[in-house]
Design a protein around this ligand. Structure first.
Ligand SMILES: O=C(O)C(=O)C[C@]1(C(=O)O)C=C[C@@H](O)C=C1
Length: 357
């Protein structure tokens, strides 16, 4: 390889970097002015962010992948938004959990993340105004619904303003190389069950499996006990400087968790939205059918229908329903009106842009 050729490409990169820096700062100036126009009002606009990211994916011609291009612009927007006002995002801690990874995926690295001891506490700090948004897990592709988040949404005054879909990769982590001498493996109960077959095949049967409150807590324990390992993700591995003895050990390769972003604001339409509802049926035959009918009649597609015992009465259920579209769209509006006529209880949890990255 010729040194001249290398130098020519590096000179070109230097020139592009200088140009990019200038343009990034011009973009940041516009964002700062937009912040002034908002005049102390809500700075985070999820519908606009979704449109910016979707446009970048559409414009992208490579060689960067659409996903990579969108992730870079996510960080650019995060930095621009922080000039308007830095946001604080509450999540189920400790540091290094998948909830923190989801918060950073959605809000970028310029947002502050605040670890909370429980999902309840994360909701509370946002309700009281001491944090701006909460990012809470709502369902996992192998384990199903996260009941606590669903229950909290029934009574919380917060609105859903976004969703984050995170691929969950689990690794076997330890403070030293090799599996020799491992006596116990720590992890959250869900992660232990998601890696059950791998553990059966790859670790001696005498290795104890101990469930702890979070994967990050598992990593913390493994970092100080030489004979212990943890199952956790990248964020926990980095946070506690652990080695990855085996990567992506989850039994189900498409393991994903969906998180919801909730705040005190309602979100405008982005053009590709979802609306989440909680409804309950009157206690009579055919009631369930009457809940679905208004949706079908107005051409509204349903992407989720999840039942959960109501906490207010014996044998009564509430249904968590996700539909396509924004509550301000005419067919969604009509379906919701009809639904209110037949259901015992309807609460719109929020309309929000579908995840773009
Ligand atoms: O368009 C806005 O309202 C902005 O504040 C700008 C911007 C951006 O950087 O593009 C930043 C934050 C908002 O959440 C949305 C977009």
């Amino acid at each position: 390889m010729s040194d001249d050729l290398l130098k020519a490409h590096r000179d070109a990169i230097d020139a592009i970097d200088a140009e990019m820096l200038k343009m990034l700062n011009q973009r940041a100036e516009h964002a700062r002015t937009i912040g002034e126009i908002k005049g102390g009002g809500v700075v985070y606009r999820p519908e606009r962010e979704a449109q910016v990211l979707a446009r970048i994916k559409q414009l992208n011609q490579g060689p960067l992948s659409d996903e990579t291009a969108a992730k870079l612009f996510r960080e650019v927007m995060s930095a621009c938004l922080a000039l308007e006002r830095p946001l604080t995002i509450a999540y189920l801690g400790p540091e290094g959990t998948f909830s923190q990874a989801a918060s950073i995926k959605h809000f970028g690295h310029a947002a502050h993340t605040q670890a909370c001891a429980s999902i309840d506490e994360a909701f509370r700090v946002v309700e009281s105004g001491s944090a701006d948004y909460v990012v809470a897990p709502v369902e996992n592709s192998t384990e199903g619904a996260v009941g606590r988040t669903l229950d909290l949404m029934v009574t919380s005054p917060l609105h859903i303003c976004g969703e984050v879909v995170l691929r969950i990769h689990h690794h076997l982590l330890r403070s030293q190389p090799g599996v020799a001498g491992i006596l116990r493996v720590y992890s959250h109960a869900q992660s232990l069950s998601q890696c059950h077959e791998w553990l059966n095949k790859n670790l001696p049967s005498g290795v104890e499996r101990i469930s702890v409150s979070s994967n990050a807590e598992a990593a913390r324990l493994a970092a100080r006990e030489p004979n212990s390992a943890a199952i956790a993700g990248d964020a926990a591995a980095e946070r506690f400087s652990l080695q990855r003895l085996a990567e992506n050990i989850e039994d189900e390769p498409n393991n994903t968790t969906r998180f919801l972003v909730l705040g005190r604001q309602q979100t405008g339409p982005s053009g590709k939205d979802r609306t989440s509802l909680v409804i309950s049926a009157p206690n009579r035959p055919g009631a369930l059918h009457s809940l679905v009918e208004p949706l079908a009649r107005n051409g509204v597609s349903m992407s989720k229908f999840e039942s959960r015992p109501s906490r207010t009465g014996l044998w009564e259920y509430v249904f968590f329903v996700d539909i396509e579209g924004h509550a301000s769209e005419p067919n969604v509006l009509a379906a919701l009106d009809e639904l209110r006529g037949v259901a015992a209880f309807v609460k719109v949890l929020g309309s929000y842009p579908q995840a773009v990255i």
